[in-house]
Each structure stands twice: as structure tokens, then as C-alpha cells.
Design a protein around this ligand. Structure first.
Ligand SMILES: NC(=O)c1ccc[n+]([C@@H]2O[C@H](COP(=O)([O-])OP(=O)(O)OC[C@H]3O[C@@H](n4cnc5c(N)ncnc54)[C@H](O)[C@@H]3O)[C@@H](O)[C@H]2O)c1
Length: 347
């Protein structure tokens, strides 16, 4: 179907699924052909946007209503949904965390590979044009050899966010729910992570899950990194509050990542590139240029890219394996925090 419009079904029309539906509707080369969600709200939403509704993914597949599937169901349903899509030879884009279990995820991805079915992971930030520009700058050697990385993920979730029970329990918390996106970006920009050390705390909210964690990273290329995550700090430094990807978050002008190298350093999301014109001395002045990049909604770009994957004209920008690699680092952060050990997250 190289030249055709790709028909995409969104499965799970909740918080993020509804945003995916709108993104698919305006993405180049894609059309929203079905909404799958057993809830009354899901059906009402499908009706409200005039799109065919199915209660179950199996019904949608039996009806042949899509060429590809965007899975935005709760985490524990990702594996079953992915298996159904692979059996039906339907390319599938799976929201993060791609799976809940690494071994099961590996098996599913192997089966998909064997059947030639593309699997993409929903780390949409990677579709932000500024990330491609940052990667190009690093690959061009603008900052030299990467030495160290600082990542801040500080924000304040309102208390009522935790009125929902599962959000207070194991498997939730800002490490699993939020940091996984930052980890995907850090691995994309700086390479695979090989060592994880971490400490965590729940001293403010007293939930079963952490409210705060500090993480030390070592990358395969020798670079080091620190990550500081908390959902109980009033602060302007997180991707959510700086990157202007989602208008729901009031934006600030601060940097949340700094990537430091032997020739310069790069701030994100500003893409401020600081260099000393080769002086290599702290006695010499350093100056900043701002790298230019386009702006486009990453969710819409992700949907358009997935449409190309469905049409067979592109491979996923964020592969299923990338999604599993990010999950493995997140699992390592939790393990390291709980055991005090150094954990190797490589798959
Ligand atoms: N990329 C991001 O920034 C981002 C943001 C939020 C959530 N997420 C991820 O997206 C997924 C969904 O999260 P959410 O916050 O939208 O959850 P949600 O609870 O708001 O929505 C989930 C929806 O799935 C539906 N559902 C349940 N069982 C189903 C089934 N068998 N078939 C089809 N639909 C079913 C529910 O009725 C609900 O409407 C999770 O994996 C989450 O981690 C990603």
C-alpha cells in the first residue's frame, strides 16, 4: 500500500488515546479509521468525532478496519494487544512503557521480527525536530567528546493526582511514569547506558511509590550522567515545563538537560550551544549560539511517521527494542534504589 492513506485504529481512548486520535486525524498520510475502547466514555468519544467504534481489538481486527494500530491501553494490556496485532500482521505503535516484563517483551519483539511486522514505541519526544537537531550537533562534534550529562525532571503533581489508587502503588511513581521518556532521550543522544546507581525517597508524599529519586549513570562511551527526578518540587526544570510540546503545561524558559563535552556544552530544550572557540581554558570567555530548529507537534509527527511505517516506506524512528531498552533502564533504577547495588541495564 505504498501510496495509499494508512488507516490507523487507536486502541484505548483515555487521556493520551484521545490526543492520539486528534493527532492521527491531522497527520499527513494517515486517517483515523476506528476507535477501540470498551468503556461508555470511549464509545461516546468515538461518536463525538464520527469514527467507527469497536469494544474490543479482536472485533476491529476481524472487521479489517485498520492497516495499523496505535495501542494506548493501560500498561498491563500492551503485551496482549501487541500479540493480537502481530498475529494479524498489523504494524503496531505501543505507548510507553512498551511492556511491563522484559523477557515477555523480548519474546514478542522476536516474534514480530520473525513475521516481519514493524513494532514502534510511543516515545513521541523523539519526533520533536529539536531532538533531531541536538543529535546532529552532537554527531557533528560541536561539543566534542561527551563527558557528562545533567537531567532534571522536577515538577509538582497536585495532591488530587494521587486520589487514584494505582498511582500510589508499585509500577507507578515518577520513575516509571515520567522518567522513562527522559531516559529514552538520553540514550538516543548519548548512547546506551551500562551502569545505574540510584537512591529514592517517599518522604514527602509517603506513598508506596517514590516521590523523588537521584540516579547516577555511566554510558557505553564513557560519559557519566546525573538524573534528578521529583514530582513534589515546585520548579521550572522538566521537559514537560520547558519543551512546549503540550499546551496543558505552562511553559518556562529554563533548561532541563545539559550535555557537556570537551569542546562545548548544549542545553535542552533551548539548544544553546556554549563553546570557547578552541581556547580550552576557563580563563577564556565562552559564548553561546542558539541552534535553529523547526517546531511541530511531536504526536502528529509520530502519527505521520507511523503511517509511513504502515505503508512500508519507512522503519520506526523509535523501535520496539528502543522502548524495551528504556524500560530496562527504568527497571534498573528501581532495582538499584532498592538494593543499593550497581545494575547493568543492557538487554
Ligand atoms: N506518551 C505519553 O506522554 C503518555 C502520557 C500518558 C499516558 N501514556 C501511556 O498511555 C497508556 C494509556 O494511559 P492513559 O493515561 O491514557 O490511561 P487512561 O486510563 O486514561 O486510558 C486508558 C483507556 O484504555 C481503555 N481500555 C481499557 N481496556 C481496554 C481494552 N481491552 N481495549 C481497548 N481499550 C481499553 C480504557 O477504557 C481507557 O479509556 C499507558 O500505557 C500510559 O503509560 C503515555
Amino acid at each position: 500500500m505504498t501510496n495509499e492513506i494508512a488507516r490507523i485504529a487507536v486502541v484505548g481512548a483515555g487521556l493520551i488515546g484521545q490526543r492520539h486520535c486528534r493527532a492521527v486525524q491531522i497527520a499527513d498520510g494517515a486517517t483515523l479509521s476506528a476507535v477501540v475502547d470498551p468503556s461508555d466514555e470511549g464509545r461516546a468519544f468515538a461518536d463525538s468525532i464520527g469514527v467507527t467504534w469497536f469494544a474490543e481489538l479482536s472485533d476491529m481486527i476481524a472487521a479489517g478496519a485498520a492497516d495499523g494500530v496505535l495501542l494506548a491501553t493501560p500498561n498491563t494490556l500492551h503485551a496482549a494487544g501487541a500479540n493480537m496485532c502481530i498475529d494479524a500482521a498489523l504494524p503496531v505503535l505501543i505507548e510507553k512503557p512498551i511492556f511491563t516484563d522484559i523477557a515477555e517483551g523480548r519474546d514478542i519483539l522476536q516474534r514480530a521480527d520473525a513475521k516481519g511486522v514493524p513494532v514502534a514505541a510511543g516515545h513521541h519526544r523523539r519526533h520533536n525536530p529539536l531532538i533531531a537537531r541536538a543529535k546532529q550537533s552532537i554527531d557533528d562534534g560541536d561539543i566534542g567528546q561527551i563527558v557528562s550529562v545533567q537531567c532534571s525532571t522536577w515538577f509538582m503533581k497536585p495532591d488530587y493526582y494521587y486520589d487514584v489508587d494505582w498511582r500510589r502503588r508499585k509500577g507507578a511513581g515518577p520513575i516509571y511514569l515520567n522518567l522513562i521518556h527522559d531516559i529514552d532521550l538520553l540514550q538516543f543522544l548519548c548512547g546506551p547506558i551500562t551502569e545505574v546507581r540510584a537512591i529514592e525517597s517517599n518522604a514527602v508524599r509517603n506513598n508506596e511509590v517514590e516521590d523523588t529519586a537521584v540516579v547516577l549513570l555511566r554510558f557505553e562511551n564513557g560519559a557519566l550522567g546525573t538524573v534528578n527526578v521529583s514530582d513534589t518540587i515546585v520548579a521550572p526544570i522538566s521537559w514537560e515545563l520547558t519543551a512546549r510540546e503540550n499546551p496543558a503545561y505552562p511553559a518556562t524558559n529554563e533548561a532541563c538537560y545539559w550535555i557537556g563535552g570537551t569542546n562545548g556544552s548544549l542545553s535542552l530544550p533551548q539548544l544553546g550551544l556554549w563553546t570557547d572557540n578552541g581556547a580550552q581554558s576557563w580563563w577564556q570567555p565562552i559564548s553561546q549560539v542558539k541552534l535553529i530548529h523547526g517546531f511541530d507537534d511531536p504526536l502528529v509527527r509520530q502519527a505521520a511517521q507511523f503511517a509511513k511505517v504502515i505503508r512500508g516506506t519507512a522503519t520506526p524512528v523509535v523501535t520496539g527494542k528502543d522502548g524495551l531498552a528504556a524500560l530496562s533502564v527504568i527497571n534498573a533504577v528501581k532495582e538499584a534504589a532498592q538494593t543499593g547495588q550497581v545494575v547493568d541495564p543492557r538487554l
